[in-house]
Design a protein around this ligand. Structure first.
Ligand code: FMN
Ligand code: SF4
Ligand code: SF4
Length: 259
């Protein structure tokens, strides 16, 4: 059995969670990084293999470009494990959406987890997460998934129950009004231009951002060697303060298994 490890991770925490779970599954794996993939490569996964699908939560759903890209995944009663990684507000309907997307493509979701990570727009929220406790939960999750993958007869005819509103509408999330910009430290190296998944930064003026295209993922902030790109402005600072107060409580990961 091989593991198809599909993830989108602009600031690296979703990747960290995916790697931790994948390691615990003890399977030969192939990675599919949807941040850097330019064209949606068709990924066919047989019933003898397994899919690990890890996504960050944006506005209670997975990023729109990933929901669209899910059409490139093809299963054949293939077991799938899903992980939604969120920044301490809530994951809302992300797990349900992931399950629906994958099951319409021929996968069978057998386990799901909602895991915590530093908020990519407001990094003081859940700062430093996933922490050691989170990683321990992910390792335990992976161990249980490893067993489930070997017990096909137990879940073949069953459906996993997940938290969320089954009448969700993923189109309600229209993005956030904050977009990183570069400052005077920009040397014009072009790394942010290259990494941006939606081509919102022009090569000739990398300090600016096309707000209509930008999905606020933060990949450009992470990749900039000069720390020149960041969120700025009064509206952002005010929102950040409110968000830090509202989302200060320590939330715990949640896991779900088919039974
Ligand atoms: C546009 C956007 C919307 C977000 N919406 C939510 C949300 O609804 N709930 C939440 O808890 N975190 C939210 N976050 C935070 C991310 O889910 C979280 O930081 C995640 O760890 C990012 O993954 P990455 O490090 O792989 O990029 C949002 C982040 C972005 C960029
Ligand atoms: S990565 Fe940073 S230094 Fe390089 S072009 Fe972008 S903003 Fe400028
Ligand atoms: S410009 Fe926007 S979409 Fe592009 S990498 Fe930066 S935050 Fe992400």
């Amino acid at each position: 059995m091989r593991l198809y490890n599909v993830y989108f991770s602009a600031k690296g925490t979703t990747r960290l969670c995916a790697d931790c779970i994948a390691e615990g599954l003890n399977l030969e794996k192939k990675d599919y990084d949807w941040l850097t993939a330019s064209e949606p490569e068709k990924i066919a996964v047989s019933s003898e293999d397994a899919l690990l699908f890890s996504m960050p939560v944006y506005g209670g759903y997975i990023p729109k470009l990933c929901a669209e890209r899910a059409a490139a995944l093809h299963g054949d009663h293939t077991p799938a494990i899903i992980a939604a990684v969120y920044g301490n507000r809530h994951y809302d309907n992300a797990l349900l959406q992931m399950k629906d997307l994958l099951e319409s493509q021929g996968f069978h979701v057998i386990a799901a987890g909602a895991f915590l990570a530093e908020h990519s727009i407001f990094p003081a929220v859940a700062e430093g997460r996933p922490d050691e406790k989170d990683l321990a939960v992910m390792r335990e999750f992976a161990g249980k998934c490893e067993k489930l993958l070997k017990e096909k007869d137990l879940w073949m005819e069953k459906e996993i129950a997940l938290s969320g509103n089954p009448d969700y509408d993923a189109s309600v999330f229209k993005g956030v009004p904050f977009h990183p910009e570069g400052d005077k430290n920009c040397t014009g190296c072009g790394k942010c231009v290259q990494v941006c998944p939606v081509k919102a930064i022009a090569r000739e003026n990398p300090q600016k951002t096309d707000a209509a295209r930008c999905i606020s993922c933060g990949a450009c902030i992470k990749v900039c060697p000069e720390k020149a790109r960041d969120y700025r402005g009064e509206a952002y600072l005010t929102a950040r303060k409110g968000f830090e107060e509202k989302c200060a409580a320590y939330r715990k990961p949640e896991t779900f298994y088919i039974k």
